[in-house]
Design a protein around this ligand. Structure first.
Ligand SMILES: [Zn+2]
Length: 387
């Protein structure tokens, strides 16, 4: 099996002979070729996709010394097929993988931490380090990494002998056996790796860190390289421009503008709470003190206001049990409370009769009735007043 993806990593189409094509899982086929440019999943890099003649290549895996292409239809053993790599996908992998080398190499150089986990997802790349880095530190790493990209240095690949390896200082995720493939970026990284990489660092385009979180005693870094970073920038630029217009603030001033907006919102909310409390106090006074259950309909109340109004009514002894409803048509929010009667069973009863949902404590229950006003009134009469 000739591994074209190592010999000529920029090969996008190739001819190969089909050695075997057998039925696989889920109606798919497993195809083995005499040579392939399809990279099989490995070392954190996802597999290539593309076509083998008429067949779509959905996945490629290396197992038991064999590279198996998973295809959606049969290709015939003994025939010659043209393989076409989904180049956009592969080149993005090469950009991201090469960028990850640089970032891991620079982190290792300055802080001595190892890359202990690497995942190339559809939307982001994550790299886990076994040590803690601050955002400032990772920004400094990012700057140094991009400097090496601008210098456009060659990324070298070699397969050193055992003797050469024994004196070489390189990063490796595990103890390696057999032939070790070394990827070297002068000034950036030396690492054992089985993936595909660009030839010069300039092709990475850019490395951008997009996230930093604590993870298993170290950190997890999210990053994007090349085209993925550009797409992310475009998306974020659209968000920033939109927010900037909405806030009538320059794009580099939107953070301050949002903070101000949030502060103003909190002040308004606090004022509104004060006003609604005063309003409820006035409304509560309109009801006489009573030992009878009380039903109140009030429009436009939010759940917190329902609770507040209901509590004020029963605490001021305006009813033995107070049911406050707010809503329209056949949908009402409610709060039911009492100083002396347990609300848990009662709320279950009214819920079951009024297509209701919700619950609460002994003093208060809250929820929704899927019922009309006259139904609520009827159930109130029957269940609470016992008429
Ligand atoms: Zn690599």
């Amino acid at each position: 099996m000739e591994k074209l993806y190592y010999e000529k990593p920029y090969v996008k189409t190739f001819e190969a002979k089909v050695l075997d094509c057998r039925p696989g899982k889920d109606g798919l086929y497993e195809v083995v070729l005499d040579r392939t440019a399809f990279y099989p999943e490995g070392g954190g890099q996802p597999s290539d996709m593309g076509r083998l003649g008429e067949a779509a290549v959905l996945d490629v895996r290396e197992k038991a010394e064999e590279i198996v292409h998973i295809t959606d239809r049969q290709v015939f053993a003994g025939s010659t097929v043209t393989g076409i790599i989904d180049w956009e996908r592969r080149f993005s992998h090469m950009q991201n993988h090469s960028g990850e080398h640089l970032l891991s190499g620079i982190v290792h150089k300055h802080y001595g931490f190892d890359n202990v986990g690497f995942h190339m997802g559809k939307d982001e790349i994550t790299v886990d380090f076994n040590g803690v880095l601050s955002w400032d530190q990772i920004e400094a790493v990012e700057t140094e990494v991009n400097k090496i990209i601008w210098e456009n240095v060659p990324i070298r690949e070699s397969c050193p002998s055992k003797e050469e390896l024994s004196v070489l200082d390189y990063r490796s995720k595990k103890e390696l056996s057999g032939q070790v493939r070394i990827i070297e970026i002068p000034g950036g990284d030396v690492c054992a790796c089985c993936g595909t990489h660009v030839t010069n660092t300039g092709e990475i385009g850019i490395v951008k860190v997009t996230g930093l979180t604590k993870y298993k005693g170290g950190v997890r870094i999210s990053m994007l390289c090349g085209k993925m970073a550009l797409l992310d920038y475009q998306k974020k630029q659209n968000s920033v421009s939109g927010i900037s217009v909405l806030l009538s603030a320059k794009s580099d001033e939107i953070l301050g503008a949002v903070e101000k907006l949030k502060e103003e919102g909190l002040k308004k909310e606090s004022r509104l709470n004060q006003l609604s409390k005063e309003l409820f106090e006035k409304k509560v006074m309109e009801y006489p003190v009573s030992e009878e259950p009380l039903l109140v309909f009030e429009s436009g109340l939010a759940p917190a206001e329902l609770r507040q109004f209901c509590t004020m009514l029963y605490e001021e002894n305006k009813g033995s049990i107070v049911l406050v409803c707010s809503g329209e048509e056949d949908m009402y929010q409610y709060a039911i409370g009492s100083r002396s009667v347990d609300m848990r069973q009662l709320s279950k009863t009214v819920n079951s009769r009024l297509n209701g949902r919700g619950g609460g404590s002994a003093k208060m229950a809250q929820g929704t009735f899927h019922a009309f006003m006259q139904d609520i009134k009827k159930v109130f009469q029957e269940e609470l007043k016992g008429e």
